[in-house]
Design a binder for this molecule. Sequence first.
Ligand SMILES: [Zn+2]
Length: 210
Amino acid sequence: MDIKQIFTNNQDWISRQLETDKNYFAKLSQGQSPAILYIGCADSRVTAEELMGLQPGEVFVHRNIANMVPNTDLSVMSVINYAVSILKVDHVVVCGHYGCGGIKAAMEQADLGILNPWLRNIRDVYRLHRKELDAIEDEGKRYNRLAELNVQEQCINAIKTAEVQKAVSQRNLTVHGWIFDISTGQLVDLNIDFQKITKDIAEIYRIDPS
Ligand SMILES: [Zn+2]
């Protein structure tokens, strides 16, 4: 790819935006008030705004390898804090995808250096759901199910945080677990019952809002 092409593309995009609305950038620069926080995989095939049909300003985005929400990762924790407490988003979405390289890498024995501790979080998800996963014979299907369960566990990690707990009880913030199917382009809601999960884990993780 000729990297200079990017700047040509950018100029074309500016022209198209201004054709539709000559005040587009003036409005955009006034501030943001997104309704959704999207936490997704860094995979180049799984974009955020494009697959949801949203425009700049409509979604606060965080992406990392395998859409993880590790409890001590300062980056994702800061994103959740800012999006929920300051921007006051109404929805927190964790979106995984089938055919995820991070999920696959976590299930292989190779030493991947700095990726080891990151991927170990996915191995923890496997350990929690080992019985169900080991019963799936087809390797591809097993990885895809792990991708779904990983979404569920990362949503739970988001629910464990004080700011999400506070926003759920005070202003009905909702958490969603989604999967993007690269082979069809379809976004699938995993319909995870977070009310039940929140109730189940409340005793362990509850932080009383002050
Ligand atoms: Zn991925």
